[in-house]
Design a protein around this ligand. Structure first.
Ligand code: G
Ligand code: G
Ligand code: MN
Ligand code: NA
Length: 253
């Protein structure tokens, strides 16, 4: 079968899975949330990473049922964690096309009420490039998500044509600095300048800053010195299945 057909069947038949990567607040070490990251356990090809199939979904109608599945699965997982006394916020990635879908907010609301989870437990990550495809439509969509009570963050910040103009217009609470600026942080003065200025800029707009792709002690030390709020990356933990995340959290206390 063509990969496209196989993907449509995987969406329909529950053949996809979510991994979760934790985020840590630097001021007190608390785990403040997770990012849901899609994986496709393929019977022949093994675990397929999202980069190998999300672009295909984004360029077709599949992105809608795929995202609807992710939203429902992540919220169902949040409900299960809440029953176990684990109170986390979960971030979900949205694609450019999701922002043009008039049904998006409705299926988010449906999933929240089906599983009895408050919208404040959700966050949506949107890249700058997705916002720029149709800025007015994106703004309208983000305003509706914001009105639900969910959080919004700019993903991969700095990797696209970063425009400061939208930061003042969009109902966004968090900026996620792209991992390309973080991975060499402790040995690259240009990256240190970029990350430091971005943190200052974001704080001046009242935004929380997450650094992605933190892999080494030295990156984390540099981010603490630069006033970063939250870190995410292999230094803390790799993305993992829900059960592994619960065990990881339990082992920390
Ligand atoms: O986990 P990994 O680094 O392989 O993810 C690669 C890319 O896939 C990331 O940019 C991430 O934002 C994207 N991605 C992962 N899960 C989802 C998802 O559920 N929906 C969308 N639209 N993108 C996702
Ligand atoms: O684009 P987005 O930020 O949504 O993608 C997150 C992706 O980055 C995930 O697929 C995850 O696997 C990957 N990732 C998370 N932490 C690290 C890290 O420390 N190093 C690298 N190289 N990739 C990471
Ligand atoms: Mn992301
Ligand atoms: Na990112």
């Amino acid at each position: 079968l063509a990969l496209y057909t196989e993907l449509s069947h995987a969406i329909r038949d529950g053949g996809l899975t979510l991994y979760y990567q934790p985020k840590q607040r630097l001021s007190d070490g608390r785990i403040v949330g997770v990012e849901a990251l899609l994986r496709w356990p393929h019977p022949q090809r093994g675990l397929i990473p999202p980069g190998a199939f999300i672009p295909m979904a984004e360029n077709s109608e599949l992105i809608r049922p795929l995202t609807a599945w992710v939203v429902d699965a992540a919220i169902r997982q949040l409900a299960a964690w809440r029953r176990d006394g684990i109170d986390l916020r979960c971030a979900i990635n949205l694609s450019a096309r999701n922002l043009l879908d008039p049904g998006l907010v409705e299926y988010i609301e449906v999933a929240l009420s089906r599983h009895g989870v408050p919208a404040t437990s959700l966050e949506f990550e949107v890249t700058e490039s997705a916002l720029m495809e149709d800025p007015n439509a994106a703004l309208a969509c983000l305003l509706r998500i914001h009105a639900l009570g969910a959080q919004l963050s700019i993903d991969d910040y700095g990797s696209g044509y970063s425009s400061l103009g939208y930061l003042k217009r969009l109902p966004v609470q968090t900026l996620k600095i792209d991992r390309s600026f973080v991975s060499q942080l402790s040995v690259s003065q240009p990256d240190e300048i970029i990350v430091g200025s971005t943190i200052t800029l974001a704080h001046n707009f009242g935004l929380t800053v997450v650094a992605e792709g933190v892999e080494h002690d030295a990156d984390r030390d540099a981010l603490i010195a630069l006033g970063c709020d939250v870190i995410q990356g292999y230094w803390l933990a790799k993305p993992m299945p829900a059960a592994a995340l619960a065990a990881w959290l339990a082992a920390r206390v």
